[in-house]
Design a protein. Sequence first.
Length: 173
Amino acid sequence: MKSEKIFSVIFMGFLLLAAYGVMQGQSMMFSDSNVPYSFDLPDAKWKMTAKPSATSPNVEYVYTDRLDGHLEVRKLMVARDAMLADVVQNEQEKLQFKMGFIAGREENFQGRFRGSVYNFEYVNAGKAMGGRYYFLRPNETTVYLLRFTGYKDSLRGIRSQTDSIARTFAVTQ
């Protein structure tokens, strides 16, 4: 009788641990009726800081703290014949005025949409910062820009998460 109770307690403990592990491995999905896109957040540490509305369709998230990781999603309207490299170049021209700006390389990116990733570094308040911008093109006239910024080392540490968010980015309307 006593061994059955011990076995039951141990079995329930394993079930609780397994359920906790499954819950930790699940991602959360962002979607909102005010914006025509969605994406998955791979970790519960991502918290929304700017909610989209009818007047401001931008959304922002932070990873624990704004300096550890900050995500801004922007929709850019481009000319039908605009090359994605030109859109990236336009953003780079804006970034070059950041203190200590060091241009990185542009990489091809494949998720639900083809696109490019642009990496760069800069200095903010004497701290080494980094940026990783994803340019995703769902159609000829639209480019979604996912801007990730944060401490250089922190951003490097969550790169798999930034890639995951960009890979799961989908246009819903």
